[in-house]
Structures are given as structure tokens and as C-alpha cells.
Ligand binder design. Structure first.
Ligand code: CP
Ligand code: NVA
Length: 313
């Protein structure tokens, strides 16, 4: 039996496949109401060890729109939440369902699940990566900045390759996801974060091995110069302690009017949501770009349908 194809990080797709996914997402978005029963008869489990609004609902709706049957399982209600090993849970569920979307803690945990499940697995966020989100983010950039929706892969590559993306804030799963996407697609990436905040060594190593390059800036205004995309995320991620000291260190890196003023004229803001207004981004800047940010949230549905076509069929 061939090993199942998983989507555990951006590196599970080639550069060319990512551009194809972007083009397919354009079509799926336009043809949302056209019948596409490619998951007919498939039971897909959604196993979540952390809270979720967007990921859970967009995957459930996407599976239903493609004719499949989603089964949501919170770890609180599973024996998993009472200490049943993840590898046993995977072996049991592998006998019932055809694929899984997992939201969990360590990346090793989703890898262990995938190894014992024997069917395809999609990462719905770990402490290390949020790959479904980052592919949606780059789709949203293309949708916003591309001149025509139906460009060729080469034109998308030109648009993406010439971007300057600046991420402000914590060195978390979203920052790591930008690092991995940069390594896969190649664009200018600056991480604006305070002293003492650095990308996970393993994430860095993995990116550098693939030719990835990013710079870290301790000065948010110079980092913002001519940025095409500015982005941030919550300062305290799920599973982390609400440390006041950490928030205080990150606060100077808030995306505010000065950041926007120094960026390119047609700069766009991305935020995976939920947002903490006036913590990582000012209310004024957030609302100024809210059309894009909520379109980014909707795009989770369309991009994940394109991902599921590749992984679950
Ligand atoms: N952006 C995102 O993954 O949101 P949820 O935590 O609501 O799924
Ligand atoms: N970094 C955040 C992203 C939430 C979508 C978290 O892990 O909680």
C-alpha cells in the first residue's frame, strides 16, 4: 500500500503545486455553487485539541460542499483528552474514517497521528505551523494584487516573487509559516520582532536547507519601508500562558499608522484572526483593512477545498 499523502507543512507541496492550488482556488471560489462531489462517500474526521472558529467551520462546510461527511471530534470528548495515546487514537480512527484534519500542540503529535492513521492528514494548526492559513494568505495576496484572476503560473510567480512581506510580532506558528512559505516560493520576508524573540531553530534550519532567506529587524519602521504586505498575529497563542511581560515586550511592534505610512502605497494587511485590537494592530488600521482581512477569512474555505482535492481524493 502506498503511504498516504499528507499536508502537514507547506513543504508537502512543490512550488509549482502551490501555484496550481492558487489557480484552482480562484475557480472554486467563482464556482462555489457548481456541483463538485469529489469527496462523495468520504468520512473526514476533524480532531481538535484547541479552540477554533474559522478552521473548524470552513473545513466542515468545504467537506459538505464537496459531498463528504465531516465528523467533528473535540479532544475534550474523546478518550484522547483522558490520556489515550495519540497513536492508539489514530489506529482506531483509521478503521472508521477516510481522512483527518488535526489541530494540536507539537508538530511531532500530528506526525505520530499520521504515521499510525494510514490515511491522509491535513494540519489545521500546530504549535509550529498553520499551513492551510498561510496558503490562504498568499492566495489572498494574489487575489488582491493580481491584475486578472486567471493568470498563468508564471505570472503568479512574478507577482509573488517580487513581494516584500513584513511580519510583526511573536515568533509563533504564523511567523514560522511565513518562513516556510518564503522558502517554498522565494520573496522578501522581514520579521520585525524584539530582542530575545527568534524563529525556532528547527524551522530556520528546514527553511535554509531549502534555500529560504529572511531577515530579522528590531526596528518596526525601517522594517516597514516599502512593504507590500504587512501582517501580524496574536501575541499569546493557544496553549501559551498569558504573560504580561511578553505582551509588554511585543507592544512596541504593534502595526499602527506609522507602519502603514512607511509601507508601499498599495500595502495590504493580513491577519489570520482572531484579532486583539490595540494589541498587535491598532483598531484604526485593522478597520481600514478589514475588507481584506475578512475576505482572507472567507478564502480559507476556497483554498482548503483546493487542498482537499489534492489530499483526500
Ligand atoms: N485563523 C484561524 O485558524 O482561526 P481559528 O482559530 O478560528 O480556526
Ligand atoms: N498563533 C495563533 C493562531 C491562531 C489562529 C495560535 O496558535 O493561537
Amino acid at each position: 500500500m502506498e503511504p498516504a499523502r499528507n499536508f502537514l507543512s507547506v513543504y508537502d507541496f512543490t512550488e509549482s503545486e502551490i501555484y496550481e492550488l492558487i489557480l484552482r482556488s480562484v475557480v472554486l471560489k467563482e464556482e462555489r455553487l457548481k456541483s463538485n462531489p469529489c469527496l462523495e462517500g468520504k468520512k473526514i474526521g476533524l480532531i481538535f485539541e484547541k479552540s477554533s472558529t474559522r478552521t473548524r467551520v470552513s473545513f466542515e462546510v468545504g467537506i459538505m460542499e464537496m459531498g463528504g461527511h465531516p465528523i467533528f471530534m473535540s479532544s475534550k470528548d474523546l478518550q484522547l483528552g483522558r490520556g489515550e495515546p495519540i497513536k492508539d487514537t489514530a489506529r482506531v480512527l483509521g478503521g472508521y474514517i477516510d481522512g483527518a484534519v488535526i489541530r494540536t500542540f507539537e508538530q511531532e503529535r500530528i506526525e505520530t497521528f499520521a504515521q499510525h492513521f494510514g490515511k491522509p492528514v491535513i494540519n489545521g494548526l500546530t504549535d509550529l505551523y498553520h499551513p492551510a492559513q498561510i496558503l490562504t494568505d498568499i492566495f489572498t495576496v494574489y487575489e488582491t494584487k493580481g491584475k486578472s484572476k486567471y493568470e498563468s503560473k508564471y505570472i503568479i510567480r512574478d507577482i509573488v516573487g517580487n513581494l516584500k512581506v513584513v511580519y510583526f510580532g511573536d515568533a509563533n506558528n504564523m511567523a514560522n509559516s511565513w518562513v516556510s512559505l518564503q522558502a517554498a516560493l522565494g520573496f522578501e520576508l522581514v520579521l520585525a520582532m524584539p530582542e530575545g524573540f527568534d524563529i525556532d531553530e528547527k524551522v530556520k534550519e528546514n527553511a535554509v536547507k531549502r534555500g529560504g532567506r529572511f531577515t530579522v529587524s528590531r526596528d518596526k519602521i525601517s522594517a516597514a519601508k516599502n512593504a507590500d504586505v504587512i501582517t501580524t498575529d496574536v501575541f499569546i497563542s493557544m496553549g501559551q500562558n498569558e504573560e504580561k511581560e511578553k505582551i509588554d515586550k511585543l507592544k512596541p511592534f504593534i502595526i499602527d499608522g506609522d507602519v502603514v505610512k512607511n509601507a508601499a502605497e498599495d500595502v495590504m494587511l493580513l491577519h489570520c484572526l482572531p484579532v486583539h485590537r490595540n494589541e498587535e494592530v491598532t483598531e484604526e488600521v485593522f478597520e481600514r483593512f478589514s475588507e481584506i482581512v475578512f475576505r482572507e477569512a472567507e478564502n480559507r474555505l476556497h483554498v482548503q477545498k483546493a487542498i482537499m482535492e489534492q489530499i483526500f481524493t
